[in-house]
Design a protein around this ligand. Structure first.
Ligand SMILES: [Zn+2]
Length: 427
């Protein structure tokens, strides 16, 4: 194997840059972020790239094309982690991309495209109340209000950036680059699947079609409290029994409709006593799909089912939407190029949506985006120390990414955008 064992070894080394070893926790702008970044800079430079931290703590490596004004393809993922994380989430996509460049460099190959490998400083949003800080800054979506947000110790993002050696105003330069397009024509992220679909299908890799959109709602069910011993069953307005039926209706709808997942993760009961019929129940709904229409249809159907159950059980129902985020579509032409790279490695392309959020979701706003998923072992467990990628799968995924770079064609959308920004010849 050319790549797999090296990538796993590098992931083991990165796992040691942790705030609570032997567990893995690495938050944005921590000393461990600095150490992991320094290690990645070394790997990038050994692979023939010019590399440095940017003003916001992203680590950026660049492997220039033969032509100086060539199109740039950006790739990468996040260096930060959740608390008690696995060792491949985020880092795999960075290490696999560096391995591709190292291979090109060793063979003395310069491609018609410049490859930029980015290790985004923050994706998970563990330290500051904001997510995707790195990728949003790279795509002109940095919110300056984030600078005043604080971590648990009360330190603001602004002060943490200064302490890290960064520049709180550095997002402006990234914004300007975005405005000038920086000649970046596409973004591709390779990432561990964090679920069992590829594992169950017996496939090492798959093509991501979209990053799921999500709707989050809060439902309040109000019945009538009463004595558990004296109110006859037929006379009850039991908010908890009604909520239980609603939870099962949500599960049934999402089970019966493909491409949809729904979760009730929280339920609060009042008064919450063993001998009192429940008066109020609050519960949450989290609905996700790669297809926005399917998700909106499901929201409507589920809300309708909840109201019907409420009416039949004589409890009142209030539904509040807390959050509604559209799916991030992967570019159709880039999906074809990823599929072709998978086929070139003797594997039938399998298409799947991502239920989890990723850096890549920041990109469709300004450029075509693609994602490659790598099989997650151990029943698909992730955000957990038992997260696994095999050396064989790391090898295949890297060969696929390399093929993608070597055969890259600018998508129509990127070409159209470049024409639209060219100066016109007015007399
Ligand atoms: Zn991730």
């Amino acid at each position: 194997m050319r790549f797999g064992p090296d990538i796993l070894r590098q992931a083991d080394i990165l796992a040691t840059f942790s705030e609570d070893a032997p567990r893995i926790t690495r938050t944005y702008l921590s000393p461990q972020h600095r150490a992991a970044g320094d290690y990645l800079l070394t790997l990038m430079r050994e692979a023939g790239m010019s590399a440095s931290f940017d003003a916001l703590g992203n680590i950026v490596g660049r492997y220039a094309a033969a032509q100086p004004d060539a199109a740039v393809v950006m790739t990468g993922s996040h260096q930060d982690s959740v608390r008690n994380a696995g060792r491949y989430d985020g880092l795999f996509g960075i290490l696999s991309a560096i391995a591709c460049v190292r291979d090109l460099h060793r063979r003395g190959v310069r491609l018609p495209i410049t490859i930029e490998v980015v290790a985004f400083g923050d994706e998970e949003g563990v330290r500051f109340p904001a997510t995707l800080i790195g990728s949003r800054a790279m795509t002109g979506q940095f919110d300056p209000d984030w600078l005043d947000r604080t971590d648990e110790s009360g330190l603001s993002l602004r002060d943490a950036l200064v302490a890290f050696g960064g520049d709180p105003e550095g997002w402006r330069a990234l914004d300007r680059r975005h405005a000038a397009h920086g000649n970046v024509v596409a973004f591709i992220e390779s990432h561990i699947e964090q679920g069992p679909v590829l594992l169950d299908a017996g496939l090492a890799v798959g093509v991501v079609t979209a990053i799921a959109g999500a709707t989050r709602q809060r439902v309040r069910v109000t019945g009538l409290a009463g004595h558990a011993g004296t109110v006859p069953m037929g006379a009850r307005q039991d908010a908890l029994a009604a909520a239980a039926e609603m939870v099962l209706a949500i599960e049934r709808h999402c089970t019966e409709h493909e491409g949809l997942v729904g979760t009730v993760g929280r339920l609060a009961v009042r008064p919450g006593a063993i001998n009192v019929i429940a008066q109020d129940v609050d519960f949450t709904i989290d609905l996700r799909s790669g297809d926005d229409r399917r998700r909106h249809d499901a929201v409507a159907a589920i809300d309708d089912a909840i109201r019907r159950i409420g009416a039949r059980r004589r409890v009142s129902v209030a539904i509040e939407t807390l959050y509604d985020e559209a799916a991030a579509r992967c570019d159709a032409e880039l999906q074809q190029q990823v599929a072709a790279a998978i086929e070139a490695n003797g594997i039938a392309p399998r298409y799947l949506a991502s239920g989890a959020g990723h850096d890549a979701m920041a990109f469709p706003a300004i450029m075509p985006m693609a994602m490659l998923f790598v099989r997650c072992g151990n029943r698909g467990i992730s955000h957990h120390p038992d997260e696994i990628i095999s050396a064989e799968d790391a090898e295949v995924a890297t060969l696929v990414l390399l093929h993608f770079f070597e055969h890259f064609q600018s998508p129509t959308r990127a070409i159209a955008a470049a024409h639209a920004t060219q100066p016109t010849d007015t007399p």
